[in-house]
Design a protein around this ligand. Structure first.
Ligand code: FAD
Length: 472
């Protein structure tokens, strides 16, 4: 069969991984086709992930700051929320970015095909769009088909009151009561939004800590604040049974520990958000027809050059594995395009930062203290409490702290964590320190501007075991 479209490079999926790969590939002079099932480019991150959630979190932060302003003598009164306008604002933010991507694709002469792509051979993909099916023949391909929310079985998913993160971001209404199943980053970000807008929020988390993966001390200031704000958090708890009733969604709970009673009884909620993780889309692209290996869970394994088991087919982003983060996807996208072009490169970044844009934010990078303990690594920890930061005191947010984790023998920084406002913006310095092989005193010797929250990173390098230490 004759191909309808031929190209040097085909990128499947236009999320942060895919559009970065396609743009890089075009910049390198490769004739590039980008296949995306939705009309809007940007994938989960721009359309129903990172960007809309942060727009809403900004609104939530403003509500909270306005309430806090009473403490310093400025009373804005109770917020009046025009939900349509807020939704419009979120839409505008998303639209500006996704339209920008379409413009950038045009500029680079990346041909965008709208439709669902599936492999038919190791060099062909069929794209099923509104106008029919097109066969695209490619020399090389980058799979960037991403992931989707896990739909826990047992929930009445056909009931609009049961939501995944995409539904929750639609902001159909502000429910009186909201249950969030899953106390990870996405669940807690949405809990933050709905709580600020006026919902009574309950969070249940199966593990015995919110945001499993982050060090418990980093999570504590957030847990304390949520409690103060009236968010009910139940750890070691799972939603066991769900029934759609006229009055709401009735949910029963079980303790994660067999033989113990759960700390929350059966309750009826106006809405339930299920945020228990994301599943890769590897099982939905007929990868076998190209000979590309897919794991049972739907991941497409890739090597350090982002090549799958089929050397001219690469895979990047959420579909290759955890952590499922946009900045990992873009990094891999660029790498895959460059390797495909013939550059001799491979994955060399040591660490990938994680950020929860909750209030306070939690950010961490590299080795955590928990990990160090589990692996028997000998590390030192420098910790600076924001209660001693002039800037944090000035903005009334002293609950945060900054910690640096370093190898006890070499003093090289191996990890770090920050909890507090803007933690996500502050963590990059620690990431850079790790990538550059910095010793902890290198940060201490770097002059940080005063009074900033970034000073806390410098101060953490000087505080070791609670005392100011000269480490060299
Ligand atoms: P995706 O963004 O999933 O893009 C894949 C694209 O492929 C999609 O557009 C999809 O439509 C398309 N596609 C799939 N199959 C086909 C097919 N067969 N044919 C055609 N097209 C196809 N990460 C962060 O780093 N920071 C954050 O703050 C953050 N916040 C998040 C908030 C939420 C609510 C969610 C859900 C996620 C968030 N993430 C965040 C995660 C981030 O969105 C993902 O890690 C990122 O989008 C992954 O990029 P990707 O390119 O691998 O795939």
């Amino acid at each position: 069969r004759k191909a309808d479209v031929e190209c040097r490079m085909l990128v499947l999926g236009a999320g942060p991984g895919g559009y970065t790969a396609a743009f890089r590939s075009a910049d390198l002079g490769m004739d590039t086709v980008l296949v995306e099932r939705y009309a809007s480019l940007g994938g989960v991150c721009l359309n129903v992930g990172c960007i809309p959630s942060k727009a809403l979190l900004h609104a939530a932060a403003v509500v909270d700051e306005a309430a806090h302003a009473k403490d310093y003598g400025i009373d804005f009164g109770a917020p009046k929320i025009a939900l349509d306008t807020l939704r419009e604002y979120k839409g505008k933010v998303v639209g500006q970015l996704t339209k920008g991507l379409s413009g950038m694709a045009k500029q680079r002469k990346v041909r965008v095909l709208t439709g669902v792509g599936r492999f038919v051979s190791a060099n062909e993909i069929e794209v099923e769009g509104q106008g029919g099916t097109q066969l695209v023949r490619f020399e090389q391909c980058i799979i960037a088909a991403g992931s989707q929310a896990v739909k826990l079985p047992g929930f009445p998913w056909d009931d609009p009151r049961v939501m995944d993160s995409t539904d929750a971001l639609e902001l159909a209404d502000i429910p009186k009561t909201l249950l969030v199943v899953g106390g990870g980053i996405i669940g807690l970000e949405m809990a933050t939004v709905y709580r600020a807008l006026g919902s009574q929020v309950t969070v249940v988390e199966f593990m015995d800590q919110l945001m499993p993966g982050a060090d418990p001390d980093l999570v504590k200031p957030l847990a304390d604040r949520l409690k103060k704000q009236g968010v009910a958090v139940h750890l070691g708890t799972k939603a066991a049974g769900t029934t759609a009733k006229k009055a709401g969604i009735e949910v029963s709970f079980e303790s994660a520990k067999v033989g113990t009673k759960s700390s929350i009884d059966t309750q009826v909620f106006d809405r339930v958000l299920v945020a228990v993780g994301r599943a890769p889309n590897g099982g939905r692209i007929d990868a076998a027809k190209a000979g590309v290996q897919v794991t049972d869970r739907g991941f497409v394994p890739a090597d350090r050059q982002m090549r799958t088991n089929v050397p001219h087919i690469f895979a990047i982003g959420d579909i290759v594995g955890n952590p499922m983060l946009a900045h990992k996807a873009t990094h891999e996208g660029k790498l895959a395009a460059e390797v495909a072009f013939g550059e001799k490169k491979e994955w060399v970044a040591r660490v990938i930062p994680s950020v929860a844009y909750t209030d306070p934010e939690i950010a961490w990078v590299g080795v955590t203290e928990t990990e160090a303990k589990d692996k028997g690594l000998k590390v030192g920890v420098g910790k600076f409490p924001w209660a001693a930061s002039g800037r944090a005191i000035g903005i009334g947010r002293t609950e945060g702290f900054t910690k640096l984790i370093f190898d006890e023998a070499t003093h090289r920084i191996v990890g770090g964590g920050i909890v507090g406002v803007h933690a996500g913006d502050l963590i990059s310095e620690v990431g850079l320190a790790i990538e550059m092989g910095c010793e902890v005193h290198d940060i201490g010797h770097t002059i940080h501007p005063h009074p900033t929250l970034s000073e806390s990173v410098g101060m953490a390098s000087e505080v070791y075991d609670g005392t100011i230490t000269d480490l060299y």
